[in-house]
Design a protein around this ligand. Sequence first.
Ligand code: FE2
Length: 224
Amino acid sequence: MSPEQIQKLVAEIEKKDLSTAAHTWRVVLYTRALLESFGVDRDWIALGTQAAALHDIGKIDIPDRILQKPGKLTDEEFEIIKLHPVTGFARMITLNVSEEPIHNVVRFHHERWDGLGYPFQIKGEEIPIGARLFSVIDSFDAMTSVRPYRSEIGDDAAQRAIVELQAGIGTRYWAEGVEAFTELFQTGQLDYILHYFNDDVPVPSFMAAREEEFEAIRNHYKPK
Ligand SMILES: [Fe+2]
């Protein structure tokens, strides 16, 4: 898929989900940091970051009245939201995106290690590794970003989110994914993402940003 096509889809997801460009950037950059720590090559990093950017693409097909509902969702409405991995996969097929690692993240990012996730309720090693890793990242970002119902998250939000991830090992999450992410956090390698890409900052359009810009930001926030 071309960078322009990805950019267009990402903008559509953000508008639909009322999420911010900064959210997309954070999950993309966490994914990249995690893959770099595993020592995978550039092609895998490119696939992983595209998958991260597109993971919620299926939300484009969920009605606004449900996705943007301010109050609590009914059970029925939540059942419809739970279909976004399926509608997302259908979109990938329609758009001729054939890379399986991207399909895997789109389809399985809400599955849980214990099989209590959605929509397929597969468990453990049945869940492709990319989706297991991405669910850790997606949860971390949900716990550390500002939401309409939680405007103050506090300085210790990230630390608390790590505790939550650790507590979810074996139920929600794959142990190795949580451990690898925790290691990155504890060695300060996620600080530049947490500090810089808050929801107020203007971010470059997806894939248009040059590598040097990120290096500059990363260096600026590197632990001294
Ligand atoms: Fe999702």
